[in-house]
Design a protein. Structure first.
Length: 260
């Protein structure tokens, strides 16, 4: 599915005279995948991780922001899940396990396939989700080593098994677009979240992806920004590797699975 392909060109962000950066290689948002059918279970999952028995690392965010990030991210996983199912792939259902402090999941999307010897193989994919106006696939710099190994594992051993990184974008913006306010650390109650969110049409596009060779090239080119920089008017408080949406591989490069 994720084939070795011709090298891609990855462009650095454009630096302005004031020291801020801007995105110039962009891809227009196209609303293609409705994931509203998964909204309730994603709301339940995010709520339990934030105000229930689970845990999500704060990274400077209040609980409502973490809830919205979790909800957006899980709906992005379902968008890729739905897309790959439609292409005929055998895809595991996105993980909705509630994990406590010090526990991490083992990937976002898993595809069952065969290796070159014809034996069973699981392909592990990462999904990053932003809002519809975003044009940056971001991978938190502290979580990856110089060879593309994921460092936040339960056994402390870097994980080199990821095959690709997908960038999904969601409409609406949970911080705006007329959605009832979900702010601060106070528990809003699950029923109130249902009232605010269950009738919304959650629409996704999959802007594209990079494979592991692409990610290694991004690392070697030093395509990251440090904490404290401005991209447009936003100041970032963490460091990220990045790929502009216009530089991503097109999702249509992933072909329909041939029937054996």
């Amino acid at each position: 599915m994720i084939q070795l392909a011709s090298p891609k060109k990855f462009n650095p962000l454009k630096k302005g005279s004031d020291g801020s950066y801007s995105v110039f290689s962009k891809k227009h948002f196209k609303s293609k995948i409705d994931v509203s059918e998964f909204a309730i279970e994603c709301i339940d999952h995010a709520y339990e991780l934030i105000w229930g028995s689970g845990y999500m690392k704060p990274n400077g965010r209040n609980k409502s922001t973490r809830f919205k990030d979790l909800l957006k991210g899980k709906l992005g996983e379902f968008a890729l899940y739905k897309h790959l199912l439609g292409l005929g792939y055998e895809v595991e259902y996105p993980d909705l396990t509630i994990r406590g402090r010090g526990k991490w999941d083992n990937g976002d999307i898993f595809i069952k396939g065969k290796n070159q010897e014809g034996n069973g193989e699981i392909k592990k994919l990462s999904v990053k989700t932003a809002y519809y106006f975003s044009d940056l696939l971001l991978l938190r710099k502290e979580e990856w080593d110089s060879q593309g190994g994921y460092l936040y594992t339960e056994n402390g051993i870097p994980d080199y098994s990821y095959k690709a990184f997908f960038f999904c974008r969601m409409r609406p913006n949970l911080d705006g677009d007329g959605i009832s306010s979900i702010e601060g650390d106070d528990n809003p109650g699950l029923e109130n979240l249902y009232k605010s969110l269950q009738d919304i049409r959650f629409s996704m596009d999959i802007a594209g992806y990079i494979n592991m060779d692409d990610f290694k090239r991004i690392i070697s080119q030093g395509l990251f920004f440090e904490s404290g920089v401005y991209i447009g008017k936003k100041k970032w408080d963490e460091s990220f590797y990045y790929c502009q949406s216009g530089d991503l591989r097109d999702i249509d490069e992933i072909k329909r699975k041939r029937k054996d």
